[in-house]
Write a protein that binds this ligand. Structure first.
Ligand SMILES: NC(=O)c1ccc[n+]([C@@H]2O[C@H](COP(=O)([O-])OP(=O)(O)OC[C@H]3O[C@@H](n4cnc5c(N)ncnc54)[C@H](O)[C@@H]3O)[C@@H](O)[C@H]2O)c1
Length: 436
């Protein structure tokens, strides 16, 4: 099938590359000429495991091309995905300006009947706005669908290739048939392709992210309580996660959720609720808890050094909002580093992938280490923000000899407190009993 994907970011690039891998003829279009120039040379603007191979292979085989000419990409396609960003507006609601700008471009270039699929996360009612924006500019026949994306950064290719489910809101049986054909290669193992009305599909994406964010904030509060009552949240997590009604995923306490989706989607859903007179109190609490949680690593360190951070040197392991991505949007590392700088500390940070993005945020206000051990050399404490694999089993002897003071504040509970004590570290985790 001939497909255009408009917006070549974390989502659009994965969608385009995976659809090309399945044999489709895909044009990825973006307004950023820098991104498109790089992609033509197989230089990816993001780090996503396995994506570079797909981009290179499919470009070479002629199934995938990159262009800044959105109109031409639309004209050459039967199916157009809108995968541009939907950042929060000033009041927290989703800003639809990019989505609607693309819809207008599609309307201007509707040379043949097409299916227009919204992949961006958008509030209920957006597909209808897209339909109106296109219809105002063409008399050609078209269908509008809502196909929210559930991929996880860091496992995006795998998630797109083998989704748990694909959700599609459709306006007609004809659209459903074409979308079924497009997705058939990805649901061969019997995973459901769920067709529904468009508002339900739009709502499903927000409800899914809101549920996941709720689990995280819930566990972060349980962790806080564990600290007060002398329980260990890692054991409590196993205890509740083995209940089939609860399940074990998304129960890890940590430094608070970040990334480009949960914070903005929770906010947008709250605004949608407020606008229709439904106060989403659970989600308001989820947001508040998360805002507090993002200060926890700093507070624990502050307490451990008795408030004396001025002039101290602090190592930060991990800048990305989670492992296996370079994405720093809303990362808890940003909150931690800002608080450290405000307290007069100096920061030396290490991340295997996110340093370039960190330079955009902090410039030369912090130092960037080439290796994990470089970051800790001479530091008064090590803080851990991201659960990168390489942090999980370091050479503790080396770590101890490089740190000026053997103090670790671990926002991801990567190590065993008893072992760390035995090794001579002062080790502070999240929710791990008294003093954790
Ligand atoms: N990142 C994720 O993990 C994820 C997962 C599921 C859903 N989503 C949703 O998918 C959407 C895209 O997210 P993302 O993380 O890929 O965003 P992104 O910021 O990485 O990419 C968006 C891209 O759209 C381009 N763009 C903006 N306006 C354009 C226009 N008028 N024409 C052509 N290109 C344009 C930008 O240059 C950018 O490259 C959002 O709605 C997001 O909520 C994201």
């Amino acid at each position: 099938m001939k497909v255009a994907v408009v917006g070549t970011g974390y989502v659009g690039l994965v969608v385009g590359a995976c659809l090309a891998e399945a044999g489709n003829d895909v044009a990825c279009a973006d307004v950023s000429s820098e991104k498109i120039d790089g992609l033509r040379k197989n230089q990816l603007p993001i780090f996503e495991p396995g994506l570079d191979t797909l981009v290179e292979r499919n470009q070479e085989e002629g199934r995938l091309r990159f262009t800044t000419d959105v109109g031409a990409a639309v004209e050459a396609s039967e199916i157009v995905f809108i995968a541009v960003g939907t950042p929060p507006d000033e009041d927290g609601s989703a800003d639809l300006q990019h989505v609607l700008a693309v819809a207008e471009t599609i309307g201007d270039h509707m040379n043949t009947p097409k299916i227009v699929i919204t992949k961006s996360t958008v509030p209920v009612g957006t597909a209808e706005k897209v339909r109106r924006a296109i219809a105002g500019r063409t008399s050609e026949k078209f269908h509008v669908c809502s196909n929210p994306e559930f991929l996880k950064e860091g496992a995006a290719v795998e998630d797109f290739m083998k989704p748990d489910r694909v959700v599609v809101g459709v306006d007609s049986p004809e659209a459903a048939e074409i979308v079924s054909e497009l997705y058939a290669p990805f649901v061969r193992t019997g995973k459901p392709l769920l067709f529904m009305d468009i508002p339900s599909a739009e709502m499903t994406k927000y409800a899914a992210n809101a549920m996941l964010a709720t689990r995280i904030s819930f566990m972060n509060q349980i962790a806080e309580l564990c600290e007060q009552v002398g329980a260990d949240v890692t054991l409590v997590r196993k205890g509740i996660g083995s209940d089939a009604r609860i399940g074990s995923a998304f129960l890890f306490p940590g430094p608070g959720y970040g990334g480009s989706c949960f914070p903005k989607d929770v906010k947008a859903l709250i605004r949608t609720g407020d606008a229709c007179g439904v106060s989403l109190d659970v989600l308001k609490a989820v947001e508040d808890v998360n805002a507090r949680q993002k200060r926890r690593i700093f507070e624990k360190l502050h307490e451990a050094v008795e408030g004396n951070l001025h002039g101290r040197r602090v190592a930060v392991w991990g800048l990305a909002f989670k492992a296996e991505t370079d994405d720093m949007r809303e990362s808890p590392a940003i909150d931690l580093i800002r608080a450290l700088l405000d307290a007069g500390a100096t920061v030396r940070a290490y991340d295997p992938q996110a340093v370039d993005n960190a330079r955009h945020v902090f410039g030369d206000r912090i130092e960037y280490a080439e290796h994990a051990y470089d970051a800790v050399t001479g530091a008064d404490a090590l803080t851990i923000v991201t659960e990168w694999l390489e942090f999980r089993n370091p050479d503790f002897g080396r770590l101890k000899s490089l740190l000026k003071t053997p103090l670790i504040v671990d926002g991801r509970n990567l190590y065993e407190p008893a072992r760390m004590r035995q090794l001579g570290f002062r080790y502070v985790g999240i929710g791990r009993g008294e003093g954790a």
